[in-house]
Structure formats: structure tokens, C-alpha cells
Design a protein around this ligand. Structure first.
Ligand code: KIV
Ligand code: ZN
Length: 522
């Protein structure tokens, strides 16, 4: 059984998804969870692309241990030096240098001849090797590059000291057969290729990313690159969880496995979905809400008789809890702590008390509290609550088929204490949001509002997700409650709190940029 390394690019290629922009703290949360999941490499960002990216890469490099931390870099000196500066604190630093090699990109984007491209690859990889023991090179748009040119690229990269050759299907153009052939061809013809680890990187424009990645594994690659939930540019990258489960479910076919802790997959998926605001489609393989649901009578009958009739993966394998009663209102703090540990969460002190309090409140409102419910509560507390500007103290809503919907809201502000306002609206949620707007005085545009139920039944938890925008800043919020109006209010506040954090991040950067300018001139 071969071990396939997993290179996660959720924080780089994944963050390039339209509408996704993570704060530094959110990137740290995801990086910690990726380390728990057991990925081999975290591509933490593109250090030279902005000060924000530089700082995120640096923080992840300084804090995350036991995993390679990598930065993307164009094949130019400044990018390579910025990547080196950002990754100095990493336990296992890696740089990922790329330059396009397809005729379309070389002619129209780079305006370079193939010879010039080869020279630049040689110079960039050599320079990168001066700073890094581990250098990955990617010929961008390899999927539409000429095979014999890719062979030359591989030879130049190997000779210049690269350690990994990633061959990306940048625009998701290839079929599985073509992608596998590409790897076999390069391996057969490129001199020095045995020095390089080969890596697959697939985009999903034709819905072939998983099939292509698996074809590359069958053709012998050592590493696969992808994102959690398959987020990324356009139709996204390959979903890591799909590849990992295909290998785990069909070992005889692929004779290969990843070293991921598969039980962390659901938790990672939920976190990425929450922080990016990218909702996972219900029928998505492995992590969709319906991935383990059986609707038709015939299927349910089969499942009751023998699960393997319709289930090829056990939900527990990927940390998807069964909807079963787990704990009740008489359960103590210790039993709760032990139970959430079995779900992959180790909480202590105030964090544990907070979630336990929420759990007790939920037991008063809901007859059957399931693992799904508890995971929803845990997700709400996952991100650093010390950064919260406003908290919901109370709300009162009056609405019906007649009269004007009215909301009275009380928010707690650490500096000003309790703040209250009332407002009317064209519905209960509108009235709540107007009252909150009056208190926070943070004009935002509501871009998206979505409500789902966490489990079935009349007393199910309602999950609300919202997305708001203020100027260039877009922020997501999420909250759960058995009362959907309360969940609506808290999701909106969550988004406003995150937007304030993002704005402070931006202002802080602007302040530092101006200060640096003043220092340079002084
Ligand atoms: O898809 C792609 O080509 C990339 C490169 C930067 C490797 O993401
Ligand atoms: Zn990509």
C-alpha cells in the first residue's frame, strides 16, 4: 500500500473562490484543523501577493507544527524572497513556484518564448533552492501544454534542484485517461525525473477533478493537491475528502492510502463551510447533509436489515454523527466533556462552560439532543469569542398577520454596556435587523440569508447563515437556535462582528503601511 501525501490548498487556491475572504484568525482556525486532519502540507497563502497574505503565512508558519507549511510564489526573485521571509519560522518550510507553460499562456499572458520560459524556471528554482530545502515547481496550465515541452520543463526543474513537480490541470480540461497519460509520458521521457516527487492538482470545470486525481494516483503520483469541500476558483479544486475516501473504500483498486485522520473530515468540512460562507450542497459526496440519508422505503428496509446493502462508507468513519439521542438534561459537565471528546473536540475552562451552558439550554427546549445538534453548538464557539464586539442580551418580537412587525433588541457592548433599540419592518427578521442596525450604526447590505434545520422534527435547531457587505468588506455569519428568529438575530450579529474584525485588520494594515512610508521618508 503506497502512502499518498495530501497537499491542502484551501487557504490559497480555495480562498480564491469568488466572495471568500478570510480573516487572519479564521485562517489560523482552519490551519489548526487541517493539522488535526493530518494533511502533509498546508499551502497557507501567497506571501508576496499582499501584506495580509504575508502575515497569515507567517503566523501559520510560526504556530503550526508537524506539517509542512508552504507559500505560493511566482518565478521571480521578489516573490521567492518574500516567501522565505514569511516561512522562516516554519518547522518544514516549502516554496511553491509556478510559471505557465501552455502555448496559450506563454503567448498571450506571459508574452515569452518557450526558451525564455525554460530559462526563467531554471533561474527561479535555483534561487528558491538557495533559501529552501523543499522546492515545488508547477508548470501552470500543464493540462494544455505540449507533452514534449513538459518533459523539458521537468528536466530543467529537476536539474535546478526542485524536489516536487506538480502538474496542474489548471482549467479542468483533461479527461482521466489524458491526465494519467501525461504523468506516464513525463516519467518515461524526462531525465532526472526520479529525483522528483510527482503531484496532481485538478480543477473541476468539467466535473472530472476527482476522477482525474484518482487516475493520476493510478499512474503513480506521490502527492495530491486539493481543498476541503472542493472550494476554489470557478468550479473549484478537487475535494480532498472525496479522494481520501475513494482510496479508503477501494484499497484493492488503488493500493494507496492517505495518512489523514478520516474521522476529522466532517468537522473540517463544517468549519471551512462556516468560515468561508460557502454552503455545501446537500447531495455532495462524503460531506453533504444527504450523503448518508436514505429516503426510499426499499432503501430504508435494506438498511434496517443490513447496513451494507446501501452504505459503502459508515458515517462515523468521516465523523458524521448518527442522529441518535446521546445526552440528556441530566447529563453532567464531565459526561458532556467526555462525549464531545469522542466527537473530536477537547474543550476546557470557559470554552467548555460556554458550550455546556448552551447544551443545557437546548435540553430544556428540545426533546432529543443529537450529536448533530451538539456539533452545531460546538461550531458556534469554535472561533475566538474574545473578538466579539456585540452580544445579544435580549430580543422581543411582535408579528402576525395583522399589524406592523416590531422588534426590540438589547445588545451588550463591552465599552458601553447594554444598548437597546426598537424598529418596525416588513417582516419579523427585517424588524430585528433594522433594530440591530440602529444600535450598531454599521450600515451593511444583506447579501444572503439562508435558513436550514439541523435535524428533523418540530423542535429541530434552526441554522441561519447570512452574508453582509460594507464597502469592499464581505463577512459571513452563522447561528443556531430552536427559535429561528433568535438564530436570525445572532447570525446577523456574528456577521457584523466579523466585518468589524476585518475592517480593523484592514485599517491596521493601512496604518502600518503609512507608518512605514513615514519611517522611510524620515
Ligand atoms: O491551478 C493551478 O495551476 C494553480 C497553480 C498556481 C499551481 O493553482
Ligand atoms: Zn489551482
Amino acid at each position: 500500500m503506497r502512502t499518498i501525501e495530501v497537499f491542502d490548498t484551501t487557504l490559497r487556491d480555495g480562498e480564491q473562490s469568488p466572495g471568500v475572504s478570510l480573516t487572519q484568525e479564521e485562517k489560523m482556525e482552519i490551519a489548526r484543523q487541517l493539522a488535526r486532519l493530518g494533511v502533509n502540507v498546508i499551502e497557507a497563502g501567497f506571501a508576496a501577493s499582499s501584506k495580509g497574505d504575508f502575515e497569515s503565512v507567517q503566523r501559520i508558519a510560526n504556530e503550526i507544527r508537524g506539517v509542512s507549511v508552504c507559500s505560493l510564489s511566482r518565478a521571480v526573485q521578489n516573490d521567492i524572497e518574500q516567501a522565505y521571509a514569511a516561512l522562516k519560522g516554519a518547522e518544514h518550510p516549502r516554496i511553491h513556484v509556478f510559471l505557465a507553460t501552455s502555448p496559450i499562456h506563454m503567448q498571450h499572458k506571459l508574452k515569452m518564448t518557450p526558451e525564455q520560459v525554460l530559462e526563467q524556471i531554471d533561474a527561479a528554482v535555483r534561487l528558491a533552492r538557495k533559501y529552501f530545502p523543499d522546492v515545488e515547481f508547477s508548470p501552470e496550465d500543464a493540462g494544455r501544454s505540449e507533452l514534449d515541452f513538459l518533459v523539458k520543463v521537468a528536466e530543467v526543474a529537476a536539474k535546478a534542484g526542485a524536489t516536487v513537480l506538480n502538474i496542474p490541470d489548471t482549467v479542468g480540461y483533461l479527461t482521466p485517461e489524458e491526465y494519467a497519460h501525461l504523468f506516464r509520458y513525463v516519467r518515461e521521457h524526462a531525465k532526472g525525473i526520479e529525483k522528483l516527487k510527482l503531484s496532481a492538482h485538478c480543477h473541476d470545470d468539467l466535473g472530472l477533478a476527482t476522477a482525474n486525481t484518482l487516475a493520476a494516483i493510478a499512474a503513480g503520483v506521490d502527492q495530491i493537491e486539493g481543498t476541503i469541500n472542493g472550494i476554489g476558483e470557478r468550479a473549484g479544486n478537487v475535494a480532498i475528502e472525496e479522494v481520501a475516501l475513494a482510496l479508503a473504500t477501494r484499497p484493492n483498486v488503488y493500493q494507496a492510502a492517505t495518512s489523514l485522520d478520516l474521522s476529522q473530515i466532517a468537522r473540517t468540512s463544517r468549519l471551512v463551510s462556516k468560515l468561508t460562507g460557502m454552503v455545501v450542497q446537500p447531495n455532495k459526496a462524503i460531506v453533504g447533509a444527504n450523503a448518508f440519508a436514505h429516503e426510499s422505503g426499499i432503501h430504508q428496509d435494506g438498511m434496517l436489515k443490513e447496513k451494507s446493502t446501501y452504505e459503502i462508507i459508515r458515517p462515523e468513519t468521516v465523523g458524521m454523527a448518527d442522529t441518535k439521542l446521546v445526552l440528556g438534561k441530566h447529563s453532567g459537565r464531565h459526561a458532556f466533556k467526555e462525549h464531545i471528546k469522542s466527537l473530536g473536540y477537547e474543550l476546557e475552562g470557559e470554552a467548555l462552560n460556554n458550550v455546556f451552558r448552551k447544551f443545557k439550554d437546548l435540553c430544556d427546549k428540545k426533546k432529543y439532543v443529537t450529536d448533530e445538534d451538539i456539533l452545531s453548538l460546538l461550531l458556534e464557539y469554535e472561533v475566538d469569542s474574545s473578538q466579539v464586539a456585540y452580544r445579544l442580551e435580549f430580543m422581543h418580537v411582535s408579528c402576525g398577520t395583522q399589524g406592523v412587525p416590531t422588534a426590540t433588541i438589547g445588545l451588550h457592548d463591552d465599552e458601553k454596556g447594554l444598548l437597546q433599540e426598537a424598529a418596525v419592518g416588513n417582516g419579523a427578521v427585517d424588524a430585528i435587523y433594522r433594530a440591530i442596525d440602529r444600535i450598531t450604526d454599521e450600515p451593511v447590505e444583506l447579501l444572503h440569508y439562508q435558513i436550514d434545520s439541523v435535524t428533523g422534527g418540530q423542535d429541530a435547531l434552526g441554522e441561519v447563515r447570512v452574508q453582509v457587505r460594507q464597502g469592499d468588506i464581505v463577512a459571513n455569519g452563522r447561528a443556531v437556535s430552536t427559535d429561528v428568529l433568535e438564530a436570525s438575530a445572532r447570525a446577523y450579529l456574528d456577521a457584523i462582528n466579523r466585518m468589524i474584525i476585518k475592517r480593523m485588520d484592514t485599517l491596521g494594515k493601512e496604518f502600518r503601511r503609512r507608518k512605514e512610508q513615514v519611517d522611510v521618508h524620515a
